[in-house]
Design a protein around this ligand. Structure first.
Ligand SMILES: [Zn+2]
Length: 425
């Protein structure tokens, strides 16, 4: 069953999107889900089949429903595995003033100041040459080897009056050490961790992560203090809901995508073809046939796009609209934006709220202040691409896109129950 401590374990295992997919697969495989290779023939998909497809930082998992998708449709929950962070450039390492440093690129909308003076480890994926061809391997180095170091106040007194606006090229590259053994320190680190030869490393997708462990926090442990709550929190809830859902009439699908924080347009993102291709194959492979096929299935489908919501912050309460101030631990938040930055409309909101009412789960609503621009998420993208009716929801959190965020321990279980109800309906 979903719990705040289960969430903490999941996030601790997931410093990169690739690790988040791996943490998800381990839980799926432990409960009887089998991997399907995208390149293989899937044959007939019997009722109750539990399977998943993975591609890099994205995983789609499903439980085949009792009726043909053309009649019963799909019940889906979508979320994203990626979070804003700092990523290593390809030829990252350089020397400056006697220090070894590495060049970094900003991935997504980080809150830059939160990355300063944290102890940072390294994780991600390295593609290596082997006798059997090219292989991608996960790598994770959990020791404090990098630090984006701030400038002393004595050398930067104006920061107190002018604010802190770091230049990302000049001020974000972390310090890795002193001269050391010269160039190649990062490669040596990676080859040591993977037990391979220096020459085998061809390319990498590596990123930095905060080493402070996620934990419960607050007077009554009512909070989760952790990195990547946006959006591994929702990934965990979606996964646990799929594991808990009954096999319903409709086929249940959980889609956890990479690349939401940079717009979703990629081979693994929500704007790509992966979901549509997978749904088409499930529809075509279902043991029960019904005329009308995929297009008919889309018309009967319903999707929850789960991404975190902005809880009201006591020090900045004026940033919220008067009657739309979601609280942490106040239950899931239905997010609405008439400019379609969120895919919710009155009908999809009602369907979600109805499920909350049936389960006696409190439900909240969010709409931006009219004079503030609204963020967006995978909901409008996948709903526009496929034409599936969608509600955008999320649990309330603070410090979104900080290196360490604050979410509610009390929202985990009730929100998962609502997801499971809708997945099994
Ligand atoms: Zn998000």
């Amino acid at each position: 069953m979903a719990s705040a401590t289960g969430l903490i374990d999941y996030v601790a295992e997931s410093p990169s999107p690739y690790h988040c997919v791996e943490a998800t697969l381990q839980r799926l495989e432990a409960t009887g889900f089998d991997e399907l290779d995208e390149r293989s023939d899937w044959g007939v998909l019997a009722v109750g089949t539990k399977a998943f497809v993975r591609r890099s930082g994205t995983v789609l998992a499903f439980v085949v429903g009792q009726d043909a998708p053309a009649r019963a449709g799909f019940r889906m929950v979508g979320a994203h595995t990626d979070s804003p962070n700092l990523r290593l450039k390809p030829a990252a390492e350089y020397e400056s003033e006697g220090y070894r440093q590495c060049g970094v690129e900003v991935y997504g909308g980080i809150l830059p100041y939160t990355w300063f003076d944290r102890d940072l480890g390294l994780s991600g994926r390295v593609t290596v040459r082997t006798d059997a061809g090219l292989e991608s391997r996960l790598v994770r180095i959990d020791r404090p080897l990098a630090r984006v170091t701030s400038l002393a106040i004595h050398l930067n007194r104006k920061v107190r009056t002018d604010g802190f606006k770091p230049n990302s090229q000049k001020e974000l590259p972390p310090i890795l050490g002193l001269h050391g053994e010269g160039p190649g320190a990062l490669e040596r680190l990676v080859t040591g961790a993977l037990d391979i030869e220096f020459e085998q490393v061809l390319a990498w997708d590596l990123m930095l992560h905060d080493l402070q462990a996620p934990c419960l926090g607050g007077l009554d442990e009512e909070f989760v203090f952790a990195p990547r709550m946006d959006n591994q929190y929702s990934c965990y809830l979606a996964l646990e809901a799929l594991l808990a859902a009954e096999v319903g009439e409709a086929t249940a699908v959980v889609a956890l995508y990479d690349h939401e924080e940079v717009g979703s347009s990629s081979a693994t993102g929500a704007a790509g073809a992966l979901l549509e291709n997978t749904l088409r194959r499930i529809e075509a492979g279902h043991e029960t046939k019904a005329p009308g096929g995929f297009e008919r299935a889309v018309a009967s489908s319903f999707q929850i796009s789960a991404d975190m919501a902005h809880g009201v912050h006591p020090n900045y309460a004026d940033r919220h609209d008067g009657n739309h101030k979601p609280r942490v631990n106040g239950g899931p938040v239905v997010k609405l934006n008439t400019q379609q930055r969120y895919a919710t409309d009155g009908e999809t909101a009602a369907r979600f709220k109805n499920a909350c009412h049936e389960l006696e789960v409190p439900v909240q609503e969010f709409i931006n202040r009219t004079d503030l621009a609204c963020g967006s998420t995978i909901g409008p993208i996948s709903s526009a691409r496929l034409g599936i009716r969608t509600v955008d929801i999320g649990c309330a959190q603070l410090s979104m896109h900080s290196i360490r965020e604050l979410a509610g321990a009390g929202d985990v279980s009730p929100t998962t129950q609502v997801f499971a109800r809708l997945l099994g309906s």
